[in-house]
Each structure stands twice: as C-alpha cells, then as structure tokens.
Design a protein around this ligand. Structure first.
Ligand code: SAH
Length: 246
C-alpha cells in the first residue's frame, strides 16, 4: 500500500522480486537478473524451492509461511551492506511481501536502496491457461480474512458481483477457512446466473498444474477440488465457454 522514493546511497541493495507462478520460464528477465545479482536470497521455503539452480551457491535465508514480518526485517537488515533479494511468489506487490518490506523500511527510518521487480501474478497466469477471461475490466479479491475482516470481504464481493464483471478470487480456501469460498459463491449467485462460467486453476505453471472449467451451479455443488494453491476466475455477464478444458 505504500509508495516510496528510494534515496539511499549505501552499499547494499534490496530487490523485492516477484518470482511469478512457480516456473523459471515464467519469471521476467529482470527478476532473474536481480536474483543473480544478489548475495543473499530471502523467502519462504515453498517459493525458494522453485528457484532451484538460480539460487545455488548463494546464501539462502528460509522461513515458513506466517513469519512475513520477521522475514522482511531480516532482509532489510541484511540489505544495509549486501545485495539481497526478497523473493515473493507471483507479483510481490499483489498480496505479497513488497508492502510489508516497504513498511518496515519506513517505520525503521532505514536508508536502503530498494527496487521492486514486478512478476506475473496468479490472475494473469490462471487467465492464460483458461483462454482470455480477463480481456476487459475485472476485479481481484482475496478471501483471506487474516488481515481484512470477513465483513469487509463480503462487502467487496457484493459490490464486485453486482457489476457483472469477472472476479478473480485469490486465497479461495485453506484448512482454517473452509467455508469462505462457499459463502463467496452464494453472493455471486445473487447477481449472476447459475450457468456463469468459472475457471479454477490449481498450481499454475507448476508440475502438478490442474484446471477445471465449470458453471457457478456446478462449483457450488462441489468445490472440494479448490485449495490454497488455486485461483478461481468467476466469469462476468459476457463470459462464455468456447471449448471445455481438460
Ligand atoms: N503474490 C501472489 C499472490 C499471493 S496470495 C501473486 O501475485 O500471484 C496467494 C494466492 O495466490 C493463492 O491462494 C492462490 O489463490 C494464488 N496463487 C499464487 N500462485 C498461484 C499459482 N501458481 N497457481 C494458482 N494460484 C496461485
């Protein structure tokens, strides 16, 4: 959420790198160059594992999911005098590490040379595997209620589905939040026909990639396929199924 101007002239550098959906070929050339230029790579294990040979021989600082603030502080500290990449899946600025890192730099009054490197976000990766469902205006809403209250999320869903434009749902399901997707689909059903196409893509551009194209009615009946590695694209009023995917 923060914007920054980066005035630092120190020796260190902090790249906040969007590493894309999880396949080296889907990383931007700048993202690869940033990692290559870094002495240290910080990130959660899940994303670091996908960087494979790119991080061989580098100092790696791994941490688990849910320790974002700790990880961001560590990256900022290291970047005072070393070249550091903070790796964050998809685009680091979309529900990723960029805002956390920038806020830590701001609140600590740190003088760090920062570059935010954009990456391919899940909405784009999922859309590319479904055809072209996001070809005009669309919305992105996360169903994670860790940092946003569920009441606010419902308010956003209500507004989005009223517009009848495609809505991309991130964090559609987790072990802790089993019912959020069902609730979101119930809101969608108030505004959209039961035949509205929905694409679910799990693990885009990863070895275990899977996708399903189905209707709103069908997904409401059974969404057990959807997990935390899935992105759900709810079509809008004009979205149509041209060819059913495999
Ligand atoms: N910064 C990331 C999003 C992090 S939020 C980005 O820009 O893509 C985490 C959510 O993103 C997941 O719950 C899932 O909904 C989505 N996501 C991230 N990578 C994905 C992938 N490879 N395939 C499908 N969904 C993905």
């Amino acid at each position: 959420m923060a914007m920054s101007q980066s005035p630092s002239q120190g020796n260190g550098k902090l790249y906040i790198v969007g590493t894309g959906p999880g396949n080296l070929e889907q990383m931007t050339a700048r993202a690869v160059a940033a990692i290559e230029d870094s002495d240290v790579v910080v990130g959660n294990k899940f994303y670091l594992d996908m960087l494979g040979p790119l991080i061989d021989g580098k100092e790696v600082v791994e941490s688990s999911m849910g320790r974002e603030v700790e990880r961001a502080k560590k990256a900022v500290e290291l970047a005072r005098d070393r070249k550091v990449s903070m790796a964050s899946g998809g685009d680091a600025g979309v529900y990723g590490m960029a805002s956390i890192v920038l806020e830590i730099i701001e609140s600590g009054g740190e003088d760090v040379n920062v570059e935010v490197v954009p990456g391919v976000t899940a909405a784009s990766s999922a859309a590319s595997l479904l055809g072209s469902p996001l070809s005009s205006d669309f919305m992105v809403i996360s169903l994670s209620d860790l940092l946003t209250t569920w009441a606010e999320i419902e308010e956003r869903l209500e507004a989005a589905f009223t517009l009848g434009i495609p809505v991309v749902l991130y964090n559609p399901r987790s072990r802790r939040r089993k019912n959020n997707l069902a609730k979101a689909l119930a809101i969608a059903s108030k505004h959209l026909p039961a035949t509205t196409p929905i694409g679910v893509v799990k693990n885009c551009y990863r070895p275990d990639e899977q996708k399903k194209i189905l209707t709103l009615k069908e997904l409401r009946e059974d969404h057990s396929f959807v997990d935390m590695h899935s992105t759900v694209v709810v079509g809008g009023r004009t979205t149509r199924i041209w060819k059913v995917g495999d």
